[in-house]
Design a protein around this ligand. Sequence first.
Ligand code: S3P
Length: 455
Amino acid sequence: MSLTVISLNATDRHHDLIIAPPADGVALNGRIQVPGDKSISHRALMLGALAEGETTIAGLLLGEDPRSTADCFRAMGADISPLHAEKVTVQGIGLGQLLEPLDILNAGNSGTTLRLMLGLLASHPGRFFTVTGDSSLRSRPMSRVVQPLQQMGAELWGRQGGAFAPLAIQGKALRPFHYHSPIASAQVKSCLLLAGLMTEGQTTVTEPALSRDHSERMLKAFGANLTVDPETHSVSVTGPTQLKGQAVIVPGDISSAAFWLVAGAIVPGANLTIENVGVNPTRTGVLEALMLMGADITQENLRVVAGEPVADLRVRYAGTGDRPPLYACTLAGALIPRLIDEIPVLAVAATVAQGTTIIQDAAELRVKESDRIAVMAHQLNQMGARITEQPDGMEIVGSTPLLGTDVDSYTDHRIAMSLAIAALTATGTTTIHRAEAVAVSYPDFVATLERLCAT
Ligand code: S3P
C-alpha cells in the first residue's frame, strides 16, 4: 500500500492525498480511536464560556471547527486554555456577559459555530457583533436561523435580507416564541434554545423529526430549565437561566468512526475495532443503515460517560464466496437526520452493495459544506460508479468496481475522507485534490489510514 500526501501548491496550502492500494488488496485490522465528537466539542466550549465557574473538557476535538468556536468566544471575553485533547479549561463569564468583540468574529468553515452563536449574540442586549466565515460558509443559508430569531424580535442584517454571512447583529432582549421548524436541524433547534436562555419566558422549538440532542443533554447538565416532549419532538427552555460549569467528557465522533465502519464493511478480510465512540441514538443511523445492508457490526462495552452513551464498535468484512459484502437498501424519512453527515461515505458503501440503493428525503445535503449530492455523485462516477442524482438524494447501482483516478474534495472534509475510503477498494491510484480539508473534523485521518494500512 502506498499512501502519500504531497503538497502541490504551497502558496494556497492545497494538498493532494494519493492512495495506491496493492494489487492483492489492503489489509485493515486492529484497534483505533477516533477524535472527539465535533457537535459535543462546540457545545462544551460554548456552554463553558456562558456558565458561571470552571468547565473542564476532556477529549475535545482539535479540528479546525472547534478552534473557530474557541477563538470566537475568546474574542468575547471567555478564558479558554490552549486546546489539548487531554484537558481544556474554560473560565465561564456568566450568561449575558459576553463582551462586544473588537473585530469581526470568524466561524471559518463551521456552520455549527455560526448558527449556534447567532442565537447567543442576538439575545445579548446592547452589544453589536459582526460575523463571517470562509467562502463555503458564506454561501450556506442563514435564513433558517435569522428568520425565527427575527420573529423573536432580533435585529440582524446580511446579504440578501440576512440570508448569507457576513451578518451584523445588534443584540437586544428578545421575546419568547414557539417555533415550528420546517426542517429537522440541530443547528436551528440549538440556536433558538441558546437565544431562549437569555429570554424571559418559555421558548419552544418543534421539529418534524428528531435531530441530534446533544444541546438538550448538555444544557440540562449545566442546569438550564429545559423540558423535552419526545412525542411531538419539542424542546422548551425557560429563561433566564444561569448555567453552572461542568466536567465534560467528549466521546469519539461516530461521524468520524463512520469512515472506518464503511472501510471495514467493504475491504475484504477487514476486522477493526473503533474504541470509545459516542452512540447517542440520535446519531446511530449509520449503524442501522450498515446493519440493514448486511454489515457485521457489533457494539461492545456499552456504557454512559458524562450523560452520553458510548461503545466500542467492531466491524468485520462479511463477504464470502457466495455472499456479497453488502446489500442495497433504501434510506429515507426520519432515519435521514440520524445519519445526515454519513451519507457521503454510505454512498461509497452502496457502490459495493448488491442491488440499487435509494437515498431520499436528504435535500439538506445540498447545503452542507458542499453540495454533497452533486459532488459525491460526480466524483464517484469519475471513479466508475453508477450514481444518478435526485433532487433530494441519489440512486446508486451497486456491485460497480471503482477505478482510481483524479478526484476533488471541493474543500469539504467529509467528501475528502469518503473518497479516501472509496480509493481503498479501487483498482489503481486515486489522487484526491484539496485533501487538507480533513483537518476540519479529523486532523489525524491520514496518519490513522497510514498506520492501519502498514499493520
Ligand atoms: C450539527 C448539526 C447538523 C450536522 C452538522 C453538525 C450540530 O447540521 O449536519 O454537521 O452540531 O448541530 P443541521 O443542523 O444543519 O442538520
